[in-house]
Design a protein around this ligand. Structure first.
Ligand SMILES: NC(=O)c1ccc[n+]([C@@H]2O[C@H](COP(=O)([O-])OP(=O)(O)OC[C@H]3O[C@@H](n4cnc5c(N)ncnc54)[C@H](O)[C@@H]3O)[C@@H](O)[C@H]2O)c1
Length: 348
């Protein structure tokens, strides 16, 4: 009989802190680009169009981690009416030496933390070091974790502007709650970290004018499910860095494809980004060719490809979300749960 650890949302929230997840995600990217990780094709199934679907992202991490596994995310839109969550993620981790299951974890908080961390890694390696103004496009679940992780790795941010494409009031509400959430959900893990406390103690401003805010921003993070560009080419100033999160399915698009023709482009995974990421539409419309993509973020971290080449350059990180982020974060969560004696052990 195999012993498997089960970790629920509550325990995962208690265990994970943003600084360590950023390190884990950075490691996942470097493993990928040092031939230490395989990514398997995504499986997608639509049960009923517009009502229910699911996808499975999976992969194998070799080296010290030596695990394989998957995250299954299902979306059942009508669950809301039944007072149930509409998006449900479940992660399964297996031992790479024996194939034995090691853990089953709830995927929601891990997804938020690893996605925020991915965005932050993009900004850390590609944004100008003197970036002071961040524009967050989208004010939903991911937006909070994007901002929290970005502020953690960046040192000069003075203002965060938040834009909600659906309703300005959502952005106002988000900004009103942002500092308290940062304090309670992120900073509470680092009681005496005055540097981090200072980084989080900045201005959060809701904006209804995305054109003006785009022109002001040094870094723009997009995290909406949009299928049409929200940011036009002519609005973007020199030296801007984009981290694109929202596009993770065929057809989704958040920024004007023409921005790609004037940018240095990095992705998390070339294949995935070309099919389901922000890079998909510019490639399909012929604005760029695959050769125009400068590389994968793991190569920049490893130093095998240069990131930003000048202060004037526009950079893009297309972060589609790869299985390795989930698998390594889940493995890290299992390790600390075992150290602290948390979680439920089940004999399968
Ligand atoms: N790349 C990754 O690793 C990754 C991980 C998780 C989520 N995502 C994607 O990020 C996006 C945002 O996820 P979330 O969990 O924050 O969603 P959410 O529903 O919590 O928030 C979505 C935000 O976008 C706005 N919005 C809703 N519909 C819109 C539309 N049609 N056009 C423009 N804006 C719209 C909402 O008002 C809100 O501000 C989704 O597309 C999701 O699939 C990507």
């Amino acid at each position: 009989m195999n012993k498997v650890i089960i970790l629920n949302e509550e325990t995962i929230k208690e265990l994970l802190d943003i600084k360590n997840v950023i390190k884990v995600v950075e490691q996942a990217y470097t493993l990928k680009n040092s031939d230490q990780a395989d990514l398997f094709p995504i499986i997608t199934h639509i049960f009923e169009p517009g009502k229910a679907d699911m996808d499975i992202k999976s992969g194998h991490l070799k080296g010290n981690a030596n695990i394989f596994g998957l995250k299954l995310v299902s979306w059942f839109g009508e669950n809301i009416k039944k007072n149930l969550p509409d998006v449900i993620g479940t992660i399964m981790i297996f031992d790479g030496k024996t194939g034995i299951p090691l853990g089953i974890l709830s995927g929601e908080h891990i997804t938020c933390m690893r996605t925020g961390s991915a965005g932050a890694v993009g900004s850390k390696y590609l944004a100008r070091k003197d970036s002071e103004t961040l524009l967050m496009v989208g004010a939903g679940h991911q937006a909070f974790f994007q901002i929290a992780a970005a502020l953690t790795v960046l040192n000069q941010i003075k203002k965060v502007m938040v834009y909600d494409p659906i309703d300005y009031k959502f952005a106002v509400d988000f900004c009103n709650k942002a500092k308290l959430r940062l304090k309670n959900e992120i900073l509470s893990k680092y009681k005496d970290d005055k540097i981090l406390a200072k980084k989080y103690d900045i201005d959060f401003v809701a904006t209804g004018d995305i054109e003006k805010s785009t022109g002001e921003a040094d870094i723009i993070i997009t995290a909406t499910p949009s299928y049409k560009p929200l940011i036009k080419e002519g609005w973007v100033k020199k030296g801007t860095h984009f981290t694109c999160i929202g596009a993770d399915m065929e057809g989704k698009q958040e920024i004007d494809e023409n921005i790609f023709s004037m940018a240095r482009i990095f992705v998390d995974d070339l294949e995935q980004a070309s099919h389901v990421g922000e890079t998909e539409i510019p490639l399909k419309k012929g604005v760029i060719k695959k050769e125009d993509i400068a590389g994968e973020i793991g190569e920049v971290i490893l130093g095998t490809k240069p990131g930003r080449l000048s202060d004037d350059e526009i950079t893009i990180f297309d972060s589609t979300g790869i299985a390795h982020q989930d698998l390594l974060t889940a493995t890290y969560t299992i390790k600390i749960a075992q150290e602290k004696g948390l979680g439920t052990i089940v004999k399968l």
